[in-house]
Design a protein around this ligand. Structure first.
Ligand SMILES: Cc1ncc(COP(=O)(O)O)c(C=O)c1O
Length: 322
């Protein structure tokens, strides 16, 4: 989705102040807004260059000197990529056949060396949720020994009632760090604004690693400030995303193709063809699809676009699968 009209207006206006360093109060204003929306205080919030920076900082702090990071697999890979760079010990637990996190296996995989547990809910690349009932009890238990990093990048898209944000665990003072981002439903990926939400002790530990050192990009801050107040635009984007998803699920149902229940702005489905071949065939027809996600090498992650643009995918998919 594109940025809201209000975010675009705010960005245009902020350009006139692009010559200034820290002469703007946008960062405290944004922290205060996010804190208020989540029922927390500004001390619970820090802002990164996208939520990727929050992920990288956590990977660095907890993964350095061979610290153990536990994740599901496949999941969003930033933490693996960055963790590998700094020599973290990465432990991956395969998802269940229905794509939910395998909570008993994650429990068993925890060791005395585990410093960080990364859970992505809804998960990327599969798009499904793991129900609150299961995830929460695991996090309650795990956070007695390690930090739980809960990546809620797709929170705003979720319709499944079995899902719940774990921000209330932050409120309760648990060892939980939740990340959110302006990149998804707010359509501001290029502006690079993401949030870390945790108890103040954890914020104090991680915030000094943010490369902007409170001098964040003013255009991005102003865009996020406008967008997070524009609930109409969020409702509109959610409706459009649901429409686009329905175009794809109707087609997959019609063609008898299996897919994971998507609660995000992408969908993960079975093609039965090697993904590289599928990618090339779709690309020839003007549609770029996601990369391989082992071990699901004949599955595809498709990002949703505007409902009216999904017809290009429908046509290409019918031809490729014919
Ligand atoms: C689950 C998840 N977390 C985090 C990110 C990073 O987003 P950003 O750095 O733009 O906030 C993404 C981006 O695709 C994602 O899918």
């Amino acid at each position: 989705m594109t940025p809201s009209a209000s975010a675009r207006r705010a960005m245009r206006k902020s350009l006139a102040k692009a010559n200034l360093y820290n002469m703007d109060i946008a960062l405290p204003e944004l922290k205060a807004l996010i804190a208020k929306q989540f029922g927390l205080t500004p001390k619970h919030i820090f802002v990164g260059v996208g939520s990727t920076e929050i992920l990288n900082a956590a990977a660095f702090i907890y993964g350095k000197n061979g610290g153990e990071i536990l994740t599901s697999d496949p999941t969003f890979e930033s933490i693996h990529v960055y963790g590998k760079t700094i020599g973290a010990s990465l432990k991956k637990v395969p998802l269940r056949d229905d794509f939910e996190m395998d909570i008993p296996a994650l429990r068993r995989a925890m060791s005395r060396k585990t410093k960080l547990i990364y859970v992505c809910n809804p998960n990327n690349p599969t798009g499904n949720i793991t129900p609150d009932r299961k995830l929460r009890s695991f996090c309650e238990e795990a956070t007695k020994k390690a930090l739980a990093f809960v990546d809620e990048a797709y929170h705003e898209y979720v319709r499944d009632r079995r899902y719940k944000s774990l921000i209330d665990m932050v409120k309760a003072g648990k060892n939980v760090l939740v990340s959110r981002t302006a990149s998804k439903i707010h359509g501001l990926a290029g502006m690079r604004i993401g949030f870390g939400i945790a108890k103040p002790e954890i914020v104090s530990e991680l915030e000094p690693y943010m490369t902007a050192m409170s001098l964040n990009n003013i255009v991005g801050l102003r865009a996020a400030l406008a967008s997070y107040q524009d609930t109409d635009h969020q409702v509109f984007c959610l409706r459009k995303n649901n429409e686009a998803r329905k175009v794809v699920t109707d087609l997959l149902d019609e063609m008898g193709r299996q897919y994971a229940p998507s609660e995000t702005n992408f969908i993960f489905f079975h093609t039965g063809k090697p993904i590289e071949q599928f990618q090339a065939e779709m690309q020839k027809r003007g549609v770029r699809v996601g990369r391989p996600f082992p071990p699901y090498l004949d599955w595809c992650r498709l990002s949703l676009v505007k409902p009216e643009q999904m017809s290009l995918f429908v046509r290409a998919f019918r031809e490729v699968m014919a």
